[in-house]
Write a protein of this length. Structure first.
Length: 247
């Protein structure tokens, strides 16, 4: 199982939100490039970048920071937040050097377009499912739809995407751990036989251990994104990596 540190960008700084609330922000580092270098030094094999300004604006905003992170870290980076058209995808791949882009809002609102993009860029797109009470949230988590997360995922089961990232908004940034319902949602998604990455709520070594146990039963659970717990010292990347090797 891969442990993927998250770097959330707002105003060019490394921040974390609680439950996706833009009014509840903590700035952890004014230099996200140094943060990226740190996680790479400590053994991360991939970074998860989120352009929070971009998620709101509908287009990437923190491009300079993203470009610098990709160059400085020297490891594959995936990016979400404001990637909603083909031109932006090409820019991310060809100019910025992003390994794969995460699409959430447009996958729900324009499923045929998402399918077309996935076929045009096979294994380069990640379906980002952000959910509250297992229902899909969009527009930077500002809106909650009436579409069940599992229904959206099923519609992409035959599309050549790289993975699904599943985030329970209620857990994200709250340091409360991964609850049983979220774990069950992850396992149900794994049954679609698409690689699944858990996001939101990973707080302690015990959370990583629970994910590893689930991954033994559902091998398509391939990774976990960790954010606030790393920044606040609740979990070290070394401990998370050691535990994840058990998968």
């Amino acid at each position: 199982m891969q442990i993927i540190p998250a770097i959330d960008l707002r105003g060019g700084k490394c921040v974390r939100l609680r439950q996706g609330d833009y009014a509840d922000e903590t700035i952890f580092n004014n230099d996200p490039v140094e943060t990226a270098r740190r996680w790479a030094r400590e053994g991360a094999a991939r970074l998860h970048l989120v352009d929070l300004d971009g998620a709101k604006a509908g287009r990437p905003v923190n491009l300079d920071a993203v470009r610098a992170i990709v160059k400085a870290s020297g490891i594959p980076c995936q990016l979400g937040g404001g990637v909603r058209d083909e031109a932006t995808m090409r820019q991310m791949f060809d100019d910025v050097g992003i390994e794969r882009v995460i699409v959430g809002t447009q996958a729900l609102k324009q499923p045929e377009w998402f399918r077309e993009m996935a076929e045009k860029f096979p294994q380069r797109l990640v379906l980002g499912i952000d959910a509250r009470d297992s229902m899909v949230a969009t527009e930077g988590w500002l809106d909650v739809s009436q579409t069940p997360a599992l229904e959206l995922a099923r519609g992409c089961a035959d599309v050549p995407i790289a993975a699904i990232i599943y985030t329970n908004i209620a857990n994200d940034g709250m340091l409360t751990g991964i609850d049983a319902r979220t774990l069950d949602d992850l396992c149900q998604l794994c049954k679609l036989e698409i690689p699944v990455i858990a996001s939101g709520g990973v707080t302690t070594v015990a959370d990583v251990r629970n994910l590893v146990r689930a991954a033994r039963l559902y091998p398509h659970l391939v990774g976990a994104i960790v954010g606030r717990a790393l920044y606040e010292g609740k979990l070290t990347l070394a401990d998370a990596l050691d535990e994840a090797e058990g998968a």
